[in-house]
Ligand binder design. Sequence first.
Ligand SMILES: Nc1ccn([C@@H]2O[C@H](COP(=O)(O)O)[C@@H](O)[C@H]2O)c(=O)n1
Length: 662
Amino acid sequence: MAPTTTHVSRWCSVEYPYTLHFFVVFLERNLLLQHQSRRPCESCHGVNSTSSILLTRTAGTAVTFKSEQAKLYSKATLIDCRAQYSADWGDYISFAQHLRDRADADGSDLLVVDTGDRVEGNGLYDASNPKGKYTFDIFKEQQIDIITSGNHELYLKNSSDNEYYETVPNFKDNYIASNLDIYNPEDGKLQPLAPRYRKFTTKNQGIRIVAFGFLFDFKGNANNTVVQEVEDTIKEQWFQDAIRDKDVDLFVVAGHVPVRDSKEYDAIYKAIRDVTWDIPIAFLGGHTHIRDTHVFGKKAVGLESGRYMETIGFMSVSGLSHKKKDGTVEAEKSLTFDRRYIDNNLFSLYHHSGKNDTTFSTEHGKNVSAAIHSARKELKLDKTFGCAPQDYWLNRAPYPHNDSILTWLETEVFPTTHPASSPSKQPPQLVITNSGALRFDIFRGPFTIDTTFLVSPFTSGFRKLKDVPYSVASQVLKLLNNEGPILLPALLETAAQHGDLGGFSAHHLSQLAPPDPPISAATWRQSIFADATADQQILSSTPDSEDKDLVPGYTTHDDLSSTSPGDDTAHAPIRFYDVPNCIGASIALDPDTPPETVELVYNEFIQQWVLLALRYLGLEYNSSDTEPAMDGRSLTDVLSDWVGEHWGCENGENGGEGEEGD
Ligand SMILES: Nc1ccn([C@@H]2O[C@H](COP(=O)(O)O)[C@@H](O)[C@H]2O)c(=O)n1
């Protein structure tokens, strides 16, 4: 079914005078195509909606939506927010093919780069047994020239082993692991997950590229992988030799690393510039979920392309030196970098590829979309547990607030989630979870199998400590939220002094809260600290008259904004709110007449933090003192069980029992 549009939006086209193009798509768990956008620039098209939703990777675009419907643009679906980023992996394959063809025709080159986080956060990956049963085969259909690992591939042994067994062989030498080793699952020996770097020459112009693939200094990986700190890696001989290669026209540093304020990429930039002052460098990053372009120096630019496959990042470089067919080298001339952030919807993809609904989808792309559709059907991802009576936001509502997913969790879900084993004997409990365990919003309407993984994909269960004095347990939440008598950095100091909290480091400071909203830190911090009135003016979705027709979405400010807009479609801005690191609920107890002791229940992912807080408060507990809680269920299970028990669907609202229509 073809998309339909009701309005014309304004687009900024990708410019083609450039001779080398990169696509970087940052999947970040959501893998398959989701959102579509409506946005404008100068001559684009888009859809109009006054809803303030946007920037969401819709809970289950690929899922709650029948796959064809997901691509249908109508005002109704846009208002409902589900079509915003709904192009899928098959569409991405068609799109890349059209741009490759164009590059071949005009003698330029196109490289497709993937900077990690291909797992967790979407039913297509999470709901299968084993996880990823369908996704590896789907991903491999895209021709990716440089591919790296994110942190999500490494939380669990099983997923990094999958990289070893599936993704690395699927992409052969294009998978690069500059600072990542794995214990070989067969012989137990430590080895690089993939080659440390790659040297190759582009097909059409003969641009000689040395490419690296880094992961930020991640510490939360399972113990079957080793992430070497970037600062140590760049001292190694292989790296020092690679950056001294004289027959290079461009260094490409790809990876799951932020491009701005990044100690890792700053160190790599310095290391390269220490030995060569002028070979251009293209950094392609990820992890912080934002659209961003950072100018490192005159000939070095970095691009980050958002989150959840909402964005296809596009970097163009022209004027590079290159080796001609006759063996002579054409010198660099007027080197220029540019970038575009492409909203991942069919309208955008048609626009940038110069195709339309009858010419866009290639056979290959269609087959991949069909494979997604069939896998979703097999997994019954549209099976509905219940229907959300309203939207619940992670960052787009203040906390606490009736529209906040965190408030919903602590006031409704936890207080009525009882262990099935002893429903009538509920002991007094304090339940704590990190807000980072929640990844996305809930939209009014069907809450499906897919929704559960979009909202909270992690397999971590809950643990509990019994008989903790209430006077102590009740202070843990405050400490974790930096509201207690000690701040988190000082808590880490305490950990360091004890020297026994294995693996704890400053990195763990960012482990509790969800990632910041997908806008640049500067804009985001401004929104937090501005006074309420200014705030409203700056970031509420109340567009000025010129913006009235804009759909809310990305409004990116980056280092090239003064020259040209980065977003390919103009949006009205969205307002985001800060949220606490952790939230908590009191169960079966009245804080005015508290019991002597309580069970302290918490998400297993934050166990080290909880034990550390207790230690600071004077109680020594170890992990061996803890027990499984919530009947061994993960937050994902708790959510789906609760929705099944509490949220009914009105007639016809549940969209069926997981049978996707065609
Ligand atoms: N078992 C887990 C694993 C991770 N988290 C949260 O996810 C954050 C990392 O996600 P990014 O997309 O930013 O890489 C991490 O800091 C935790 O907050 C979790 O809750 N449980």
